[in-house]
Design a protein around this ligand. Structure first.
Ligand SMILES: [Zn+2]
Length: 431
């Protein structure tokens, strides 16, 4: 394909440059964070001197540094795997092996997606194991047994296959049969699939992994219900989840939407917070709804996916997109001389290459998210009390061993929530 050669080379170069640049930025950010946290390890910031013990502060620093160091290792490994799949020809090889074994067609393409997911999952296993039984264990957060970990793995693989294969087959079928504007149909199918998933997740999928019991504490129930009524909010139910089965970290969240909406408290959260503090945390979550953050997020997901599918629609018809990423789908010809379908390859290459480029806009979405957190906090202060929210957040920071002294640049880039100092400082005047 001489006319495409230069376009493919250019794309390879752009991909390699973005990958290396992204790695350098990530490495720089992580080392900044590690140095910054280590430098402040032995002194509790003045604003927290009365509330956080030096031991808790040191533990948070050590935990943050351990996670960041491990993140560096994961990052290097991830980049090597990405290169292995693309420029070094891994995906091309897998595709050819499956073509030889199964012949071209839907079955081969689904097998390619499944094999890719399985191999990727296996490569990540050691990291997941170390994360849970190395780091989380060392800092006293892990509550999982090896048996539960394995059961989780098998269940999530099975659920992933049961959910993932049909939607993948539908999208591949649309790519093959829906003509030039297949990407519009595929986008519609993908959005419909996501909405259905949002609706069935709380009732059918989450219970496979955790137990959800209706909240029984009558006085907490009364105060939570009163708070929700005050805010003009209705949910289908209040539940307590056995988060303590897996981890000591605490949380509370809303799940589902429309009629399936419910409030879920981790049992670990209820064990640590007073009734008024639980109210304040819940009011923060209600703030996200009041400010329509959830609807905005779903809207943004719709718009970004549309742009993504349009881009994929165009890329999938460009030979350089494949050859530039080390895949030669047109070399293996069918007996009649035509190239076999390469839709699954287009999907995989898109999933592999996109994050390399989109990494650089991550700070924008983090910035927006932090802005939303401030808005939700302000709502919680207006509905409950700044003092209660401060106290609750402090306990959560301590229980999650979140560092109080993150590197400011690292925060700008990655933090979806404002760091403790900024967040609590805004709650002070109201408190
Ligand atoms: Zn929030």
């Amino acid at each position: 394909m001489p006319p495409d050669l230069s376009a493919a080379d250019l794309f390879t170069a752009a991909f390699a440059v973005a990958l290396v640049l992204g790695l350098l930025v990530k490495f720089w950010l992580a080392s900044r964070q590690i140095r910054h946290v280590a430098r402040h390890r032995d002194a509790v910031p003045a604003a927290f001197a009365g509330t956080i013990t030096p031991e808790a502060h040191r533990k948070a620093a050590d935990y943050t540094i351990a996670k960041a160091r491990f993140g560096l290792l994961e990052m290097a490994f991830g980049a090597a795997v990405l290169l292995g799949w693309t420029l070094l020809g891994g995906l091309n090889l897998l595709n050819e092996l499956l073509l030889r074994a199964l012949g071209p067609g839907m079955l081969q393409q689904l097998a390619l997606l499944a094999a890719f997911a399985l191999i990727g999952g296996l490569l990540e296993l050691p990291f997941s194991l170390h994360q849970t039984f190395g780091i989380e264990q060392r800092f006293g957060f892990n509550k999982m047994t090896g048996r539960l970990w394995l059961a989780d793995l098998l269940k999530s693989t099975l659920v992933g296959a049961l959910i993932g294969l049909p939607i993948a087959a539908l999208i591949l079928w649309l790519m093959d049969t829906a003509g030039q504007h297949w990407w519009l149909w595929a986008w519609a199918a993908w959005m419909g699939f996501n909405l259905v998933l949002l609706m069935v997740y709380p009732t059918f999928i989450a219970p496979l992994f955790n137990q959800f019991k209706p909240l029984e504490d009558e006085s907490l129930k009364a105060s939570v219900t009163a708070l929700m009524q005050r805010c003009g909010f209705a949910a289908k139910g209040l539940y307590v989840m056995d988060g303590s089965r897996r981890s000591a970290h605490g949380n509370a969240y809303f799940t589902g939407f429309g009629a399936a909406k419910r409030v879920v408290f981790y049992d670990t959260l209820l064990a640590r917070l007073s009734q008024r503090q639980v109210d304040a945390v819940l009011a923060h979550e209600l703030g996200h709804f009041k400010h329509r953050h959830i609807v905005q997020r779903i809207g943004a997901m719709f718009a970004l996916s549309l742009a993504g599918f349009a881009l994929l629609g165009w890329l999938s018809s460009q030979t350089w997109f494949y050859t530039g990423l080390g895949v030669h789908p047109f070399l293996a010809l069918l007996p009649d001389g035509s190239p076999p379908p390469n839709d699954a390859l287009a999907l995989l290459l898109f999933m592999l290459a996109m994050p390399v480029f989109s990494f650089f806009v991550a700070p924008l979405s983090a910035q927006l998210s932090r802005h939303h957190e401030f808005q939700a906090d302000a709502f919680a202060v207006a509905q409950t009390s700044g003092a209660d929210l401060s106290a609750a957040l402090l306990k959560l920071y301590e229980d999650n061993a979140s560092t109080l002294t993150p590197d400011p640049v690292f925060v700008k880039f990655y933090y979806s929530h404002p760091p403790a100092s900024e967040r609590l400082a805004r709650l002070q005047p109201a408190a």
